[in-house]
Design a binder for this molecule. Structure first.
Ligand code: ADP
Ligand code: MG
Length: 744
């Protein structure tokens, strides 16, 4: 592997090293990497030299700021980098006698002198830290018999005893920066070993070919790729790391955005969209009638959202749009408007929910909202008939199912509500015009294809339906650009007027919980109602149902005696559920003890209190979504989070929900707490390219990568002048996707 330096001033030299070349080289080309080391590297997901170079340090130890043992003082927490000089581990006593607590004692040495390190009950430390090991010791410094020592410090091995120091690693006092590489317990490798392999790979690779030409690099203030790889793997000062990380993170984001933008363009390329009728010459459109009959005016944000829809739907290309809005911001009304645009031009609309319970709730809501609207029907005397909404789930009986199938094929069912399973079902539409998907990041690329098939029909002659994806709770904007980057976005950033924030308290003891129950009693006394939500139990609906039942009984006997307490869970028969909901809605029940089936869609304006038991078992988005079930009338409302948990994760979640009722703020917190993995994992399969990019703090990079991707794709869909980018993109996508994105 040799590489000549690029000619001075060359924008993007083609003589440098390409990532694809490194991806073709197994790690065994590196010195000293035989099958055993290669096996250890494979445990880390490192198979090729390219994998090695993108196995980035998890953090760095700044040797330039390390203290030496002679500078330590009693009581401080310190980090020292030192070599093990002596190990004293009493041999494990044989026989059946009681063993003394295992005690391992080390003497470590650095440029400042010698110090004692003691481990209790960690006998394996003797094996981990034989004489000659170079490691980092982090922990409290104490005095024992007039000498300083560290007890049970955290240890990071930088170089094993059997590994020899190399030229560029001249010992602990050299003041260099040590990258700390991610390791697994299984892999018998040290961070320093990986570092040395990376050094060799970088040395032998030579200068890299850069997919970003100089103009772009200057515009964004980016390092070139050669400097970026050096800066991330062997910085000579900590200040070199961040610019290097930003450059490499940008590369990741650019590849991702290119894939998304290309996918969008390709979908448009051979699309067969419907230009929907968004006006009516002789009177108000269905949407206008619908909006006119609502008991409230639309918010400005809703008006804007409906206008976005009209623009998309009236045009010839199929819509691919994401509708984001906080809980209670009124997304349902906008979704129904989308469906009615389809019906206006004699097409059909479909609304799909992630679960059957939600589908049932949506159906009830949609029926209520479109009640009284009519569509033309020449076969009737009046020349019109009521708009027809059908619900199709696995619980739909055979006879009803047959009738609905017939109505869909014949065009007499206008709106269909069901689960995502509708896409794979044998349902045939007369003309499917608009599909609304209510989801939490569950709708993937495969479903997109199924959707298209539905629209085109069995003979393939139909058109591609327009698509609106709704999120149940907001996700951060930059995350949305990454996860839903192939969709256009509409954000409802305004709540209907007159809403008071729900007063939220985390109650940590049974004593504190009394406050919640007395609030429930008080509110019921003044004509309001309350929800009690029981925790998820092991994901089993049966167990969950049983515990909700027990809790309802317990509450009626104790805290809530005298109140009318009802029960709602997923295992109840639809009729019983209906009855419980109706009783609650009508005021025949004061309190509804429910499992999370109420999470989405339940709309009971009189409900003013929500008590969430074992609140630590829920995620932030879920708690926020649940809380959105109260405070929908403009009157004061309360949400009590009951949890005795003191785990740091639960504390962070509950405190966040207590502190803010803004779903967009909470979405940021959630991303910060859970990291990008969970958000990305849901929708991206295969190799995830985002290793260095941080969706919260790298907002500017996400936006810049997006606009560069759009710029490049708009200039040339085949990216002919950017062969290197295309080649690199292919490293991260599977063959099917590559086939779709790069047809030529
Ligand atoms: P979400 O965005 O959480 O799905 P919904 O669509 O369920 O919110 O709406 C929440 C509540 O607000 C519903 O009771 C709905 O009828 C009401 N609503 C929607 N739009 C408005 C508006 N413009 N003014 C007043 N209330 C509205
Ligand atoms: Mg809703």
């Amino acid at each position: 592997m040799t590489g000549s330096a690029p000619a001075p001033g060359a924008a993007s030299s083609s003589s440098g090293r390409r990532l694809q070349q490194l991806a073709d080289l197994p790690v065994t080309v590196l010195r000293g990497v035989g099958t055993s080391v290669a096996g250890d590297l494979a445990e880390l997901g490192v198979v090729t030299v390219f994998d090695l170079l993108t196995h980035y340090p998890r953090r760095y130890i700044d040797g330039t700021r390390m203290v030496t043992v002679d500078q330590l003082s009693d009581g401080e927490k310190a980090t020292v980098l030192a070599t093990v000089r002596r190990v004293n581990a009493p041999p494990a006593r044989s026989g059946r006698g009681r063993r003394p607590p295992a005690r391992v004692e080390l003497d470590i040495v650095d440029a400042g002198g010698r110090m004692r390190v003691v481990f209790f009950n960690q006998s394996w430390r003797a094996r981990q830290l034989p004489v000659g090991t170079l490691a980092l010791f982090f922990g409290p410094v104490t005095t024992f018999r007039d000498a300083l020592q560290m007890v049970n410090p955290t240890v990071e091995v930088l170089r094993g005893a059997d590994e020899s120091a190399t030229d560029d690693d001249d010992g602990p006092s050299s003041g260099r920066i040590y990258p700390v590489y991610p390791l697994t317990e299984k892999a018998a490798l040290t961070s320093a070993r990986i570092g040395r392999l990376v050094h060799e790979a970088l040395d032998r690779a030579g200068p890299f070919d850069d997919p970003l030409d100089e103009g772009i690099r200057i515009r964004h203030g980016f390092l070139d790729r050669t400097a970026a790889f050096a800066g991330i793997h062997r910085p000579t000062a900590m200040a070199e790391v961040e610019p290097a990380r930003r450059r490499l993170a940008f590369d990741e984001l650019l590849r991702l955005q290119l894939a998304l933008v290309l996918r969008r363009q390709r979908l448009h390329e051979d699309a067969r969209g419907i230009a929907h009728a968004t006006t009516r010459p002789d009177g108000p459109t269905l949407v206008e009638q619908f909006v006119g009959r609502l008991p409230f005016p639309l918010t400005t944000a809703q008006v804007r959202a409906v206008a976005d829809l009209a623009d998309d739907l009236g045009g010839p290309l199929p819509m691919h749009r994401l509708l984001q809005g906080d809980v209670g911001s009124g997304k349902t009304v906008v979704a129904v408007a989308a469906l009615l645009f389809a019906v206006e031009g004699h097409h059909q609309g479909a609304l799909m929910a992630p679960t059957e319970v939600l589908a049932e709730q949506h159906a009830a809501e949609v029926r209520r909202l479109v009640d009284g609207l009519t569509v033309p029907d020449p076969t009737t005397l009046a020349g019109e008939r009521p708009l027809r909404v059908a619900l199709l789930t696995s619980r739909t009986g055979a006879a009803d199912r047959a009738a609905i199938h017939e109505g869909l094929a014949g065009g007499t069912v206008d709106l269909l509500v069901g689960t995502h399973a509708l896409l794979t079902d044998r349902v045939v539409f007369d003309s499917l015009g608009v599909v609304v998907i209510d989801e939490q990041h569950r709708f993937g690329v495969e479903q997109r294809a199924a959707l298209r098939d539905k629209g085109r029909g069995e003979d393939g002659q139909g058109s591609d339906p327009d698509l609106l994806v709704m999120t149940a709770t907001p996700i951060p904007r930059t995350a949305a650009m990454v996860v839903f980057g192939d969709l256009d976005m509409t954000v409802i950033d305004e709540m209907p007027p007159g809403r008071l924030p729900v007063v939220t308290s985390w109650l940590r003891t049974p004593l504190e919980a009394a406050e919640a129950w007395s609030r429930v009693v008080e509110q019921v006394g003044s004509g309001h109602r309350a929800f009690v939500v029981c925790a998820l139990v092991d994901g089993s609906e049966k167990v969950e149902a049983a515990s909700a039942k027990a809790e309802a009984e317990r509450l009626s006997d104790h805290e809530l005696t005298g109140l009318r307490v009802g029960l709602l869970h997923g295992q109840m028969k639809p009729a019983d559920k209906e009855q419980a909901m109706e009783g609650f809605r009508a005021g025949d029940l004061d309190v509804l003890v429910a499992t999370t089936v109420i999470e989405v869609g339940v709309d009971i304006p009189d409900a003013s209190v929500m008590v969430i038991e074992d609140a630590d078992r829920f995620g932030i988005a879920q708690l926020h979504q649940l809380r959105g079930r109260v405070g929908r009338s403009g009157e004061p409302a309360w949400c009590f989070l009951l949890s005795e948990s003191d785990s740091p994760e639960a504390t962070a979640r509950l405190e966040a929900v207590e502190a803010s009722t803004d779903g967009f703020v909470l979405a940021d917190v959630d991303l910060e707490l859970r990291g990008e993995g969970t958000i990305l994992g849901a929708r991206q399969k295969g190799r995830s390219d985002l290793r260095l990019a941080r969706l919260l703090s790298d907002r500017d990079l996400v936006v810049d990568a997006r606009s560069l991707a759009v710029e490049l794709v708009e200039a040339d869909l085949n990216l002919h002048d950017h062969r290197l980018l295309v080649e690199e993109l292919r490293l991260f996508i599977d063959d099917d996707e590559a086939e779709f994105l790069f047809k030529s």
